[in-house]
Ligand binder design. Structure first.
Ligand code: NAD
Length: 281
């Protein structure tokens, strides 16, 4: 069997066309959605992510405001900037690129962002809303991964979903979204014993581990939907957490890396920004 590839590029392109229409509708009302991106320090991977986010804004007509702070920036400098952007009417979304350099308190900075402008969905208010199932901003990566799962058209109710990884930005919100879709959810992590016993029974398998080609064919149930969130750099190449070639012989659906969840993450950031501008309007 050869799995159907869930192509992030194609899904993103379709979604971005719809986003352009929503942006144009806002512009017709005199509102240009704005996203402020704060990058602290010189982390090379972060610079690439930030550039991709800013290019995404340009593509759909969202105005991006770039703020670059030096590695030596203090917590209060960062916090003053966030407070200023909270008040700025041209800014609908504020994004602080993570990780922050050592010495800066991420949680304190994120908590300061106006929850309505928290387009990353990392603010505790939005996380809390997700948990109790009321409307809030959903974190971009799990939102994009969920969109990819739904694109298969499979009825998710009662399916066994296994999420590997329990980070605040991917694993935990992903599990809550799958629970909201009536899946039976198992969360696995670095202390899980006999991981394969869980993954082998997964109808939906989400890998957010950060280990290249960690998921191999023998760990996957035939026909499963396999979502690869991982981004790992090996010999200058970007590879996922899933051994794509072998797993695609077993799975029913699979996302590639690159061109999978990563592409969708940026599209969902744009979606959250446009949604914030629509709420503001
Ligand atoms: P993280 O380091 O915060 O979490 C990794 C998780 O993997 C942990 O919860 C840990 O318990 C688990 N884990 C580690 N070793 C394990 C093992 N042997 N067995 C089972 N579980 C194990 O990472 P994160 O921020 O959640 O990111 C995970 C991966 O996803 C990384 O590769 C990251 O680069 C990528 N990522 C991609 C996107 C995207 O847009 N595609 C966004 C965010 C993160």
């Amino acid at each position: 069997m050869s799995a159907i590839r869930i192509d992030g590029k194609t899904l993103s392109a379709e979604l971005r066309e719809k986003l352009k229409e929503r942006v144009n509708a806002l512009k017709a009302r005199g509102i240009t959605p704005g996203l402020a991106v704060i990058l602290v320090g010189e982390d090379e991977a972060s610079k690439i992510y930030v550039r991709n986010k800013e290019n995404g804004c340009e593509e759909i007509g969202v105005k991006s405001f770039s703020y670059r702070l030096p590695e030596t920036a203090t917590q209060s400098e960062l916090e003053e900037l966030i407070k200023k952007l909270n008040k700025d009417e041209n800014v609908n979304g504020i994004l602080v690129q993570l990780p922050l350099p050592n010495g800066l308190d991420e949680q304190k900075a994120l908590a300061l962002i106006d929850a309505k402008k928290d387009v990353d969905g990392f603010h505790i208010e939005n996380m809390g809303k997700l948990l109790i199932g009321t409307e809030g901003v959903v974190a971009c990566t799990p939102k994009g991964a969920m969109y990819m799962i739904r694109s298969t058209g499979i009825d998710l109710s009662g399916k066994h979903a296994v999420v590997i990884g329990r980070s605040n930005i991917v694993g935990k919100p992903m599990s809550v979204l799958l629970l909201g879709a009536n899946c039976t959810v198992t969360m696995c992590h670095s202390r899980t014993q006999n991981l394969k016993e869980f993954t082998k029974t997964a109808d939906i398998l989400v890998a957010a581990v950060g280990k290249a080609k960690f998921i191999t064919a023998d760990m996957v149930k035939p026909g499963a939907v396999v979502i690869d969130v991982g981004i790992n750099r090996v010999d200058g190449k970007v590879v996922g957490d899933v051994d794509y070639d072998s797993v695609s012989e077993v799975a029913g659906y699979i996302t590639p890396v690159p061109g999978g969840v990563g592409k969708m993450t940026i599209t969902m950031l744009l979606d959250n920004t446009v949604e914030a501008a629509e709420r503001y309007a």
